[in-house]
Design a protein around this ligand. Structure first.
Ligand SMILES: [Zn+2]
Length: 123
């Protein structure tokens, strides 16, 4: 019992550390851009070693191909038919993931209105 609890605690700590590393990367970006990629590297290693899934909002902050820390200025984001494509401007490779607007859980197969602001009844 004890061991299970310890493992759980260790994973919680790992998640906190990953959050912290990305926070540091964001802070370091203007002053020491060279450190950012290192923070990403460490966070990814924690994720692998501890078998803790990287939170989604953190996964969006680096390139899974070259491991660069990616602030918005280093990416190009395109939305198309339920697929969000992020191009890393460092290595030029793309990462795709489904996205959904609203509550549909079908991975974006439902056609979304082109301009949601026109369909909002209270607008
Ligand atoms: Zn890249």
């Amino acid at each position: 019992m004890r061991r299970k609890k310890d493992a759980q605690r260790a994973r919680e700590l790992s998640r906190e550390r990953m959050e912290r590393l990305f926070q540091l990367a964001a802070e370091a970006y203007d002053v020491h851009p060279d450190r950012c990629d290192r923070y990403v590297q460490i966070a990814r290693r924690i994720s692998t070693r501890m078998r803790v899934r990287m939170p989604r909002h953190l996964k969006a902050l680096f390139c899974r191909h070259c491991g660069s820390y990616l602030p918005a200025s280093e990416t190009r984001v395109r939305l198309r038919e339920g697929v969000l494509t992020v191009t890393c401007l460092r290595c030029g490779r793309q990462t795709r993931r489904p996205y959904r607007a609203g509550k549909s859980h079908d991975g974006g197969r439902t056609k979304m209105p082109r301009s949601p602001e026109y369909t909002r009844p209270d607008a």
